[in-house]
Design a protein. Structure first.
Length: 285
């Protein structure tokens, strides 16, 4: 089969428009996702495109190139607000997967159990897409529309993810539950982001993965957390009503009821750890 390796973004976008090949970056999901007997017509390797690389900070916030690997993210000097993303990066598969798998591949694969999605949702990430017709930005919560479904058009390529510039006193944390600590699909996962001020939670964003077709934030619990004293954090746990936007299933890993109870506990742990992360950020870490 033809293996296409463009070296410029314009060349890649032209090939994507004219030939509609299968996109490759880390390749950690392409072969496992193929149905037996199906043949890929053409492959488009985007790993040599400099526009898709790098992790940088600008006036508006942080930019993570689409082809940045999980190892890149784990090693990057990101601020405490990104602690959930860095922690998730260290739990994506094994070291070999972390060295190959990319952040854009994780969101474009659109698995309900994608480790990168809850932290990115909590960071209010936007997806930058490019085609020969131009570029557009889409909020991550609007980009993933279902299991293995996104709003990326066939002639579009994800170029980068963008996150707002962090403020003082912000921190994050990521926790997940599986049958073992690594190399397993999650039963449930939670990413928490907080901003603290005057010994209170000024803002909170909490996202849950592996408990619905698409990872979801918990807006009603987030609203209830705003203004809470930091001394109360250890006892804060969402009620079942706060989790009404989730739709967990029964499968070989866990029952829906177990997932709901697990999420309540994971939320409590993630929130407490995010507050500790934010305290470090407030101290100038």
């Amino acid at each position: 089969m033809p293996y296409l390796v463009p070296t410029t973004l314009s060349e890649a976008l032209t090939l994507l428009r004219d030939r509609r090949p299968t996109l490759l970056a880390g390749c950690t999901d392409v072969l496992p996702g193929q149905r037996q007997g199906c043949r890929i017509a053409e492959l488009l390797d985007v790993t040599r495109l400099p526009e898709l690389r790098g992790i940088s900070q600008g006036p508006q916030g942080w930019r993570i190139g689409a082809a940045a690997t999980w190892a890149d993210i784990a090693a990057a000097p990101l601020p405490p607000a990104f602690d959930a993303l860095r922690q998730a990066a260290r739990e994506v598969g094994a070291i070999q997967i972390q060295n190959a798998g990319t952040i854009a591949g994780n969101i474009c694969n659109a698995s309900p159990a994608a480790d990168g999605v809850p932290p990115l949702l909590a960071l209010r990430a936007e997806v930058e897409l490019a085609s020969l017709a131009g570029r557009r930005h889409v909020a991550l919560e609007d980009f993933i529309t279902g299991v293995r479904r996104t709003t990326r058009a066939p002639d579009e390529l994800v170029v980068a993810l963008h996150m707002p510039r962090p403020l003082a006193g912000e921190g994050g944390a990521f926790v997940k539950l599986g049958t073992r600590s690594s190399l397993v699909i999650s039963i449930a996962m939670v990413a928490a982001f907080v901003r603290i001020a005057r010994d209170r939670i000024a803002e909170a964003r909490v996202s849950v993965g592996a408990c619905s077709p698409v990872a979801r934030r918990l807006p009603s619990w987030e609203a209830e957390l705003a203004g809470r004293n930091l001394d109360d954090v250890a006892g804060l746990k969402p009620d079942v009503a706060h989790l009404s936007g989730l739709s967990p299933i029964d499968d070989v890993r866990a029952s829906a009821a177990y997932r709901i109870e697990a999420v309540r506990e994971l939320c409590q742990r993630a929130l407490a750890r995010a507050v500790e992360s934010a305290k470090g950020g407030a101290d100038g870490r």
